[in-house]
Design a protein around this ligand. Structure first.
Ligand SMILES: [Zn+2]
Ligand SMILES: [Zn+2]
Length: 169
């Protein structure tokens, strides 16, 4: 029997996108064994948000249990203390990872935030190359212009030299 690390309720197994997951009936937290988070995500771009939306609403007591996040939650699978970490290092979503068995605990509502963060950072990723491309194009245009200017200057010089070397009187 696996217990919720927040409220010690027995986790309820269910299937999502052919992945066996477990949820806490009280606080809506989810347990993912080793690679299940990735496998659930493989179901589609909005898989995490769908999964989050599918978890029944939590009770006020459960909300309180999640709010008082105690550090060192115990892994529901192997009882080892879990390590809290930030999703993708820079988001404000905190997850718990069990380094002993590789499982992850995700509190209710966090999956949707993770999804939003992913979409946001993907947009940011796309923006950078676009700006870089524009900057490169700008530089290339500048280089071309200065080359044209150099050619023009050379032509003027040549004209002057011809003029200087021209007929004397
Ligand atoms: Zn719970
Ligand atoms: Zn574990």
């Amino acid at each position: 029997m696996r217990e919720c690390p927040n409220c010690s309720k027995e986790l309820v197994p269910f299937e999502f996108a052919r992945v066996q997951l477990e949820a806490c009936p009280q606080c809506g937290g989810l347990w993912f064994d080793a690679d299940e988070m990735k496998r659930a995500k493989a179901a589609g771009d909005d898989a995490w948000a769908m999964l989050d939306a599918g978890i029944p609403a939590r009770s006020p007591a459960a909300v309180a249990a999640v709010e008082q996040r105690k550090p060192g939650k115990k892994c529901p699978a192997c009882q080892a203390p879990m390590r809290p970490y930030r999703f993708l290092a820079t988001s404000d979503v905190w997850l718990d990872e069990c380094e002993a068995c590789g499982g992850h605990w995700v509190d209710d509502g966090e999956l949707a935030k993770m999804q939003a963060f992913l979409v946001h950072s993907r947009k940011a990723d796309e923006k950078v190359p676009a700006e870089a491309v524009a900057a490169m194009a700008g530089l290339a245009a500048q280089a071309r212009m200065s080359q044209e200017r150099a050619t023009a200057v050379t032509a003027v010089c040549r004209g002057l030299m011809t003029a200087v070397a021209g007929p004397r009187w």
